[in-house]
Design a protein around this ligand. Structure first.
Ligand code: ATP
Ligand code: MG
Length: 569
């Protein structure tokens, strides 16, 4: 492949909206171009790199015994209506109508499509288990598309679906997929940490996320420093290191706290710690207010709240909504005597004594409040966010918080889709039973961005060998020098015979620009053919990953390059 302004349109300037290295470098290295927010075109080198990632995924899925299929991207609404997700998916689903007015969506995932196929084939126990996968473009109208390929609205995903006659068999497949994902990440030079995860809208009983530790990751991860507990903060469990409130409750007392609506102000005014104050956060769900009570030193975890409310259709009460609920003393809402409002209490509030909370009267708080005596913390859930300093609920060890990029997610679905879509199998005695399912996703375009995120320096990308779009770039410095050009073409042909693709830079540009571009594009080996060819018959070879350079005799260059590639990271 020849380096040109069309095939590899490198840029010197950072794109204005690029906040992460992978977003910036994939564009500057001429691998992709934006089409609209969260939608990208892959140019030749980008398409090659994506194909390498996807081939690794394909290879490992095939090795694990899964079979590749190609499902439509345009999905009819019917199976989605049947599963209930036509409603539940909300605005993230890209919807459209055909000329007859029939409704469709651009598939965000494919449980419904695949499960209806299996349902129609009416399998017997002998036909199962089966695991079907595809590597395909997915569509989600993300509220905040960002970081280039990390959170796109059109993106690539490998999605797999497995069908079983028993929970035990699903467990076996789940472990097999777990193993396949570990191998995929390793082959792509990505270190991962696997954590327990929320099952969210897709539903199901158990799920694990494959996370690449990174400061730009959008997920917060919790790990115990003493045992093997690791979870996504969206659903983690923790034990608080401190006890809320004061030892003695004392008597209930109303205190005038004019204009003091923040926990800091109230705690400061009452000369006590935030651990003695109950925080109330008001939400609106389906036009009804919901009062969520958590310890004053914590925040509400909206993902945990979604699990308890059974919907993610809620939002913090907005200024303009307050007047709709005149009975609520907004800023001073507390659990004592709060009637006619849906409440949720964090588990840490059970049994508290000597705490402060809003008095349900503007400009007043209550002190000396005791749970059970003055209010009942019900319903009680774990709805507070984890914090640095919290302890492991399993072993009491210290919890550590970090950030990660989710590259893959595997779920045990159970009967979540087979029941509504009526996917049954006939067992040995001919009885019809619902099929037990699993689902396994891995974001291949997000994974490509993650590789760049983890493997780059100030000069550009440092492609690991296994996912590099091409293994070698040849740079000819004397583009007018017939011997240099001839040597380059011969070397390119020799490498091609060995199955090694070459990016050939014969542009009539200064060496400096060509070297910079080579580092930016970041192929594993750079072969520089210049004046040394005439003086001592050698070419220079640089390993991009390490920056190490060697001179190879031109006659043995193809052999030496092959060997150097075998050793490249
Ligand atoms: P997230 O929490 O990041 O939104 P998700 O839980 O919605 O992810 P899944 O539905 O489990 O993701 O999809 C499987 C995989 O698809 C994810 O692990 C991720 O790698 C990838 N993925 C999901 N959404 C996007 C997106 N908007 N852009 C790129 N990749 C994505
Ligand atoms: Mg999502």
């Amino acid at each position: 492949m020849r380096f040109s302004h069309v095939t590899v349109p490198t840029l010197r300037e950072k794109p204005a909206d690029a906040e992460t290295a992978s977003h910036e470098l994939l564009i500057r290295a001429g691998m992709m171009r934006p089409a609209a927010a969260g939608i990208y075109s892959f140019l030749p080198l980008g398409a090659l790199a994506l194909a390498r990632v996807e081939n690794i995924v394909r290879d490992e899925m095939n090795a694990a015994g899964a079979l590749e299929v190609a499902l439509p991207t345009l999905h009819p609404s019917e199976p989605w209506i049947q599963s209930g997700r036509w409603q539940a998916y909300g605005p993230e689903m890209m919807r459209m109508k055909d000329r007859q007015g029939r409704e469709f969506c651009l598939g965000p995932t494919a449980e419904e499509v695949i499960t209806s196929i299996i349902a129609r084939s009416a399998p017997s126990y002998r036909d199962l288990p089966i695991n079907l996968y595809q590597i395909q473009t997915k569509f989600r109208d993300e509220i905040r598309p960002r970081f280039g390929l990390m959170r796109g609205r059109e993106f690539r995903m490998k999605d797999a679906y497995s069908f079983h006659t028993s929970e035990e068999d699903l467990d076996r497949e789940f472990k097999a997929m777990y193993g396949a994902y570990v191998s995929i990440a390793k082959r792509c030079s990505l270190e991962t940490s696997v954590v327990e995860a929320a099952t969210g809208l897709i539903g199901g009983s158990e799920s694990s996320e494959f996370m690449v530790p990174s400061d730009i990751g959008e997920d917060v991860l919790v790990h115990c420093e003493s045992c093997d507990y690791g979870a996504n903060a969206e659903m983690e469990k923790h034990r608080p290191a401190i006890k809320m409130g004061e030892a003695a409750a004392g008597s209930l007392e109303e205190v005038h706290t004019p204009g003091m609506t923040s926990i800091e102000e109230v705690a400061g005014f009452m000369k006590t710690a935030q651990t003695s104050v109950i925080k109330c956060v008001l939400y609106v769900s389906g036009n009804e207010p919901v009062a969520v009570f958590v310890p004053g030193y914590r925040d509400v975890s909206e993902s945990k709240l979604a699990m308890h409310l059974g919907t993610d259709d809620f939002h913090p009460m907005r200024e303009d909504e307050i007047e709709r609920y005149p009975d609520l003393a907004v800023g001073f809402v507390g659990p004592v005597g709060l009637d006619g409002v849906k409440t949720v209490f964090d588990s840490e509030l059970k049994g508290v004594k000597g705490v402060i909370c809003g008095a349900n009267r503007s400009d007043y708080h209550l002190r000396g409040v005791e749970e059970e005596r003055d209010f009942n913390a019900e319903p009680l859930f774990d709805v507070a966010s984890v914090q640095e300093g919290d302890l492991c609920f399993k072993c009491g060890g210290a919890l550590k918080l970090s950030r990660g990029i989710e590259i893959g997610h595997i779920f045990k679905l159970g009967l979540k889709y087979s029941e509504p879509l009526n996917a049954v199998f006939s067992d040995k005695s001919g009885e019809l039973k619902p099929i037990i399912m699993g689902t396994y996703g891995i974001g291949t375009s997000r994974m490509l961005a993650t590789v760049v995120e983890q493997h780059h320096d100030e000069a550009g990308i440092k492609w690991p060998r296994a996912v590099a779009p091409l293994p070698v770039e040849i740079i000819v410095l004397g583009t007018e020098d017939a011997k240099q050009v001839e040597t380059a073409l011969k070397l390119q042909a020799d490498l091609k015979d060995r199955g090694l693709g070459v990016l050939y830079d014969d542009r009539d540009l200064s060496p400096g620009i060509k070297f910079n571009d080579a580092d930016l594009v970041g192929l594993p080996l750079q072969v520089v053919i210049g004046k040394k060819l005439a003086s001592d018959g050698t070419v220079d070879v640089k390993t991009r990953y390490t920056g190490l350079k060697s001179a190879f005799e031109v006659e043995s260059a193809a052999d030496m390059i092959t060997r150097a590639l075998d050793e490249a990271p």
